[in-house]
Design a protein around this ligand. Structure first.
Ligand code: SAM
Length: 229
């Protein structure tokens, strides 16, 4: 049996490349995304009542990796990238059907210039990710108080972040376009986005957030922001 699915829209997020996107939702709370509905779904009736829910499930397609297929075993970053687990025991992007699910915070619904927009916070999605479905998060059913989180029992410890004094002018200028960029950079780097496999010490990394290229380096387990271009 083969199933064909039509996305209901796309999400616009600050994350312009896979690198440095948080590995789960809710970790970078200040990240704001906008779902733009397309075709017949660009109709406010589809969202009537949604503002009653503080959180939503987004179901989406891992569109950037979907054509790379899947294998039965993957190496979760939480296990340092050197232990294999069954793909269905992980939240890997490389999975049959390439479907992802994330709980996000509801922010607002807006209809302007003939475009229906749903704003959400805290997503772990690449910019332009196709959205397949949206459902309300229902606490009595979706929150399981005694649940075991296996090898991912709790959120990883936050890595401290320091902005190099030379970055301040660029940051102030950037915040005129993107208020709260400082907070976003901080929360993204708190997650220590470095790949799990061994990297040269003191390597300078670059990540894209909105239209900015941000350079940073980790020394003694502290992330130092070196440049905002
Ligand atoms: N919360 C979702 C889940 O459990 O299904 C996603 C978890 S997955 C580990 C999160 C990672 O997916 C992000 O860090 C990012 O690297 C990757 N990602 C996000 N959007 C993607 C997309 N559209 N295509 C491919 N990879 C994506």
């Amino acid at each position: 049996m083969s199933i064909s699915i039509d996305p209901i829209g796309v999400i616009h997020t600050p994350y312009k490349q896979k690198f440095a996107i948080p590995r789960q939702p809710g970790l970078v709370k200040s990240a704001i995304g906008e779902v733009h509905f397309t075709g017949e779904f660009n109709d406010a009736n589809y969202l009537r009542g949604i503002e009653q829910f503080s959180h939503l499930w987004l179901l989406f397609r891992f569109h950037q990796t979907a054509d790379q297929g899947h294998t039965p075993l993957v190496r979760p970053p939480r296990l340092g990238g050197n232990k294999k687990m069954g793909v269905f025991a992980t939240r890997s992007t490389f999975r049959p059907n390439g479907i992802g699910m994330s709980v996000v915070k509801f922010v607002s619904v807006d209809w302007s210039n003939a475009q229906l927009t749903l704003r959400v916070k805290g997503m772990d999605l690449l910019d332009q990710t196709p959205i397949l479905d949206i459902k309300p998060y229902v606490p009595y059913a979706d929150s399981v108080s005694q649940a075991q989180g296996g090898y991912a029992q709790s959120a990883p410890n936050a890595m401290p972040v320091v902005f190099d004094p030379s970055v301040k002018p660029a940051l102030l200028k950037a915040e005129q376009q993107r208020p709260k960029l400082t907070q976003l950079i901080e929360q993204v780097l708190n997650q220590d986005p470095r790949p799990a496999y061994k990297q040269p010490p003191e390597k300078v990394y670059a990540m894209s957030l909105y239209e900015f290229n941000i350079k940073w380096q980790v020394t003694e387990q502290v992330a130092h922001v070196l440049a905002i271009e």
